[in-house]
Write a protein that binds this ligand. Sequence first.
Ligand SMILES: NC(=O)c1ccc[n+]([C@@H]2O[C@H](COP(=O)([O-])OP(=O)(O)OC[C@H]3O[C@@H](n4cnc5c(N)ncnc54)[C@H](O)[C@@H]3O)[C@@H](O)[C@H]2O)c1
Length: 438
Amino acid sequence: MAEKGIPIKEPKGKLGVLLPGLGAVGSTVIAGVEMVRNGYAKPIGSLTQMATIRLGKRTEDRTPMIKDFVPLADLDDIVFGGWDIFPVNVYESALNANVLTKEDLNKVKPQLDAIKPMKAVFDKKYVKRLDGPNKKVGKNKMDLAEQLMDDMANFKKENNLDRIVIVWSGSTETYIEYDPVWDTLETFEKGMRENHDAISSSMIYAYAALKSGIPYANGAPHMTHDIPALDELAKKNNVAIAGKDFKTGQTFMKTLLAPGLKARMLGVHGWFSTNILGNRDGEVLDEPLSFKSKEVTKLSALEYIFQPKKNPELYGDLYHKVRINYYPPIGDNKEAWDNIDIFGWLGYPMQIKVDFLARDSILAAPVALDLALFIDLAQRAGMSGIQEWLSFYFKSPIVAKGLYPEHDIFIQLMKLKNTLRHLKGEDLITHLGLEYYD
Ligand SMILES: NC(=O)c1ccc[n+]([C@@H]2O[C@H](COP(=O)([O-])OP(=O)(O)OC[C@H]3O[C@@H](n4cnc5c(N)ncnc54)[C@H](O)[C@@H]3O)[C@@H](O)[C@H]2O)c1
């Protein structure tokens, strides 16, 4: 029997999508949406734009598009903006990133020229390989957060927006160890006023967003709102949050392959993953402390999928290694190799080799778009705090305290679609299917 469904506010008016970081991913999502809404290309890779959802029994033949099933903001109603330390407009940034061709970018040049980055909150301490001139100056971190809140409010007013969401597409910050300043909102706010070192630039953005009631998704692997103080703020202000680290290339492949091997009870001795990447993200990740943030999120997927403690004979001594090497000649077209040493019946060994010739930002752009649209939906449906149903999009899903994250992409997809069915009061799909044989 169908549940009642959740009241969802209609997506009236314009939705502002603010991106801290207008580099390769940021400019590719903006240019892509402009191209799609002007009919030049298709939004391939985006569930919100291209996927369907099955409703009811298989015999009912009810399979609407997701965008016709739940009330999502229309692409025509999105207004993009953002912050960056480089004071170039999105057209120039996209040219520099060298992901989309000049020919494609020229089709939407006026729209891209018009988006200029606001001054960023940036401290080189957290991104050691970068610096740029377009930065805010403030007397302390709280002052910087207040300036960001003003930016958000002004952007809303100037563009006559109904609401805003934020998706972090800025550089990966360095790994920061736990500090008691993160423990409560009170310690955190005190720390902001005292310029505490364990409060990074991205945490200042997240604080400003949550304080303003704006949903926030984190596309990078560093700590941001996954600290108790900001979790507390999200709950207090009823704001939706999601993270972290877009699941796009190698980890996407891992979460496709690993559940398959585990499903057939095939063992794995070793999984060596290496990447070469030549974009600015690759340059930032070449710095050991930024890589550490990435390594932590990249390593966790297999551990959770294989559950070595529960399956010690198959995965108990799995050797898992991840490497990223900065190699400028290939730019955004990264190459990701995996060597997987598996074993089957009676312990006989086999190998799988994967060579994924990917385009980083082409994979990430639809993920960023879907996150913006789905987190806006969550907010309008009154779903505040951690949006675990968006784990599908993340390498290192943030979950409630005491839970382990679900990494299997097929379980994640089922959870996402069942959440949409639940919102609309449709039966959840369990795939039991006994009724067809009664
Ligand atoms: N492309 C992918 O497939 C993928 C997958 C997972 C995660 N990510 C993450 O997405 C993020 C963006 O990747 P990218 O390829 O666009 O990198 P990029 O270097 O091209 O762009 C990042 C931009 O952020 C800006 N920036 C850095 N710190 C900032 C701050 N404090 N405020 C405002 N702007 C700031 C930089 O100046 C730069 O323009 C990275 O953290 C990356 O690790 C990307």
